[in-house]
Design a protein around this ligand. Structure first.
Ligand code: NAD
Ligand code: DAU
Length: 332
């Protein structure tokens, strides 16, 4: 199989490329990535010289380029997106461009070239927040941020290409990922690296918002199952089964970095902050045999250890961005 992975220089895409190249010894991958602030070729140093891997710098909104690449592959896995909720609150135009129009560009090419599989990497955030119980794939979409709305746009557009144009679309909706190579704006790498530097951890609101944490390799395994065994036109939730509050998460990070609670700084809440995400993952477990890891604390500890051991990877990103984005966002 030859795959077009878009956004492969980001956090999940790079972990997915490594997973596929290691597991399927004959598969080839083209990685199309624009290298925005979140795209980082350091994430893929170990595969850069693999003869089954090729990197193309470019934008998924570039129809001419996409039209050249798509006929070369059997499947498209679209990870490319603007992904940070806080940034989408400050500026949302780039989210609409990439997450909606970029998805449209890929779908048009998949339609034209009759691509055998198109996987849209969506998110649990498209369902919005849920106080009790869990969202199934049939739940109503109710996104609350410009980020989740733009992702819902791409998700619905992908679905419509299956219904109207018979493009073999499959959609995944995953919960909050964590693991190595996550850009240090998301809460786990931000809090871990801040703690390692004895900087404050800006905890939003009352700290009681709940997220379901999914180890990035488990997400990759879920997408792999959907790619190989999923049914065209279907949606699959992919969760970790690890729901905890942000305060509980922060306490674990402080424990694993050996730092004290005085580093926690309560800051104003995120506007429109979703209270709780929760996925019902019975479908992917039952139909595709998905089984996430059950050792959350161990995986979180190993993630903390990875950031502690890989200062070279994150320090320059924070030095580059701290003056502008972080200062504006956190005032710390
Ligand atoms: P990320 O921000 O780390 O990486 C995004 C990548 O997309 C970057 O490499 C960036 O350069 C690239 N990109 C952005 N715009 C592009 C464009 N126009 N053309 C080509 N490349 C472009 O994101 P991530 O956390 O790895 O998320 C990957 C996907 O998974 C996204 O679609 C996201 O919505 C989805 N998702 C993420 C999570 C999570 O917890 N991180 C959970 C569920 C779903
Ligand atoms: O649920 C899947 C989604 O998870 C993905 O689709 C998004 O791409 C990804 O960014 C993530 O969205 P969240 O908004 O849940 O992740 P974030 O890491 O930004 O925040 C996680 C929680 O931590 C959230 O409740 C807000 C809180 N938080 C976050 C930051 C950055 C803080 O309290 N302080 C912070 O500084």
């Amino acid at each position: 199989m030859k795959l077009l992975v878009t956004g492969g220089a980001g956090f999940i895409g790079s972990n997915f490329i490594r997973h596929i190249l290691n597991k399927y010894k004959t598969y080839k991958i083209i990685n199309l990535d624009k290298l925005t602030y979140a795209g980082n070729l350091d994430n893929l140093l170990d595969v850069a010289s693999n003869r089954r891997y090729k990197f193309v710098k470019g934008d998924i909104c570039d129809a001419k380029l996409v039209d050249k690449l798509v006929p070369q592959v059997d499947a498209i896995i679209n990870f490319a997106a603007e992904t940070h909720v806080d940034r989408s609150i400050m500026e949302s135009g780039s989210f609409i461009k990439t997450d909606v129009f970029g998805t449209h560009t890929l779908l048009e090419a998949a339609k034209k070239h009759k691509t055998a599989r198109y996987i849209q990497i969506s998110t649990d955030e498209v369902y919005g927040s849920i106080q009790k119980g869990s969202f199934t794939e049939k739940s109503t979409l109710s996104p609350n941020s410009p980020y989740s709305s733009s992702k819902a746009g791409g998700d619905l557009l992908a679905r419509s290409y299956f219904v109207t144009h018979k493009v073999p679309v499959l959609i995944t909706r995953a919960s909050n990922n964590f693991g190595p190579f996550q850009y240090p704006e998301k809460v786990i790498p931000l809090f871990v690296t801040n703690a390692l530097e004895d900087k404050q951890l800006p905890l939003y609101g009352d700290g009681k918002n709940v997220r379901d944490w999914l180890y990035v390799t488990d997400h990759c395994k879920g997408v792999d199952l959907v790619l190989h065994k999923g049914k065209d036109g279907e949606i699959y939730n992919i969760g970790g089964g690890n729901e905890i509050t942000n305060l509980e998460l922060t306490s674990l990070i402080l424990e694993y970095t050996g730092k004290g609670k005085e580093l926690i700084k309560r800051v104003a809440d995120r506007p429109g902050h979703d209270r709780r995400y929760s996925l019902n993952c019975a479908k992917i477990k039952r139909e595709l045999g998905y089984a996430p890891s059950t050792n959350f604390k161990q995986l979180l500890k190993s993630t903390v250890d990875w950031y502690a051991a890989n200062l070279w990877w994150w320090k320059k990103l924070k030095d580059r961005d701290f003056g502008s984005y972080y200062k504006k966002q956190y005032k710390i």
